[in-house]
Design a protein around this ligand. Structure first.
Ligand code: AMP
Ligand code: MG
Length: 334
């Protein structure tokens, strides 16, 4: 097989990142993360300005780290969606400009699909039930007939949003998942919070309201612990049902919240009960990164997917279960 070098550009939300990959794996992955001020969420236009301001440095470093010149890149992949419009447009504009100036093929990538593809590449999970838990997603999925099918999801906010919105109320700057995990480890006092699971779906908004209210009269550590135990148990219950239903023998966890050790422990217990193997994406690649886009772009390119520059648009709400998965990852994994 000829070696193809793919540059991936990620800019869906807080992270601007560039990465170079080839069939042998990840050659570089460089990121710059927009930080909102304490107690605030992402401001889309401010994040977009951050991405534009940092794009040259990130791109140059990614190419340097991979010891490659832009002229020797074969394909340019960018995240077309889902994400925040102003942020997505920065990545798309850079991808289009590079593709036109250096005459390179362009490949559009669905960001959520890319979390899953990179997770499978790094863990070698082959046919998993997948849990995608990030700022933008909270879904239980499995591949069937060339599409990721949804076996459970949140009915309102995502698990990442739950943690971040609660954390912001407590005065931290987003993203707050890691600090909540650290505080939760210091407590074993469970304060009862609403546990809401409907069929295979979870609902987190009532839990968020109650946890915010409980903050006023309880120790922060106790509420962090109770919030994690409640939210993670709900999700674990939904995952267990999906495992029993699909009879998958692998569970893959991807997305920023996959970094959480307590959640991984709970999922491990359920996997043991159902004779399934747990694969958790390495923490370094759990959150948004260029490598997910570059790797998926490479898979797509090998399947013959590329678009004209004038078609390189963005789609803010591009559901992953509408994407045809027509590439063959097995030929690239060895
Ligand atoms: P992503 O959108 O994939 O970049 O994921 C970002 C989300 O991951 C944010 O909501 C973070 O709060 C969350 N996150 C990051 N680290 C952890 C952690 N250790 N535990 C729980 N959530 C985390
Ligand atoms: Mg993401």
């Amino acid at each position: 097989m000829i070696i193809v070098f793919c540059l991936g550009i990620e800019s869906t939300a807080h992270t601007f990142s560039c990465s170079v990959v080839n069939e042998g794996g990840i050659l570089s992955d460089v990121r710059s993360v927009y930080k909102a001020s304490e107690g605030k969420g992402i401001h889309p236009r401010e994040a977009a300005i951050h991405h534009a301001d940092n794009s040259k440095k990130v791109l140059d470093t990614a190419l340097n780290d991979a010891r490659i010149s832009i002229k020797d890149i074969d394909v340019i992949a960018y995240s077309k969606g889902p994400g925040l419009g102003p942020c997505l447009r920065v990545g798309a504009v850079i991808a289009r400009a590079l593709a036109v100036y250096y005459n390179k093929p362009l490949v559009p990538v669905n960001h959520a699909v890319a979390h899953l593809e990179l997770g499978m590449m790094l863990t070698r999970a082959n046919d998993p039930l997948a849990l995608l838990i990030s700022g933008g997603h909270c879904m239980i999925l499995a591949l069937s007939n060339n599409r990721w099918r949804v076996f459970g999801e949140t009915l309102d906010i995502t698990l990442g949003q739950l943690l971040d919105q609660f954390g912001r109320e407590a005065g931290f700057a987003s993203p707050c998942g890691a600090i909540i995990e650290e505080l939760a480890e210091r407590s074993h006092n469970y304060y009862t919070l609403p546990y809401s699971i409907k069929g295979n779906d979870v609902s987190y908004s009532g839990l968020l309201t109650a946890a915010k209210k409980a903050l006023k009269s309880n120790r922060l550590e106790d509420i962090c612990y109770s919030l994690q135990e409640t939210a993670f148990s709900m999700l674990t219950e939904a995952v267990e049902r999906a495992l029993a239903f699909t009879e998958k023998r692998e569970l893959l966890v991807v997305g920023g919240v996959a970094a959480n050790k307590r959640l991984a422990y709970l999922l491990e217990q359920v996997c043991k009960l159902h004779d399934a193997k747990l694969f958790v994406v390495p923490t370094k690649f759990a959150g948004d990164c260029g490598a997910q886009i570059a790797w998926t772009g490479l898979l797509e390119y090998h399947a013959g997917i590329s678009i004209k520059v004038e078609d390189a648009t963005v789609i803010q709400s591009w559901r992953l279960d509408t994407v045809d998965i027509i590439w063959n990852r097995q030929t690239l994994l060895h």
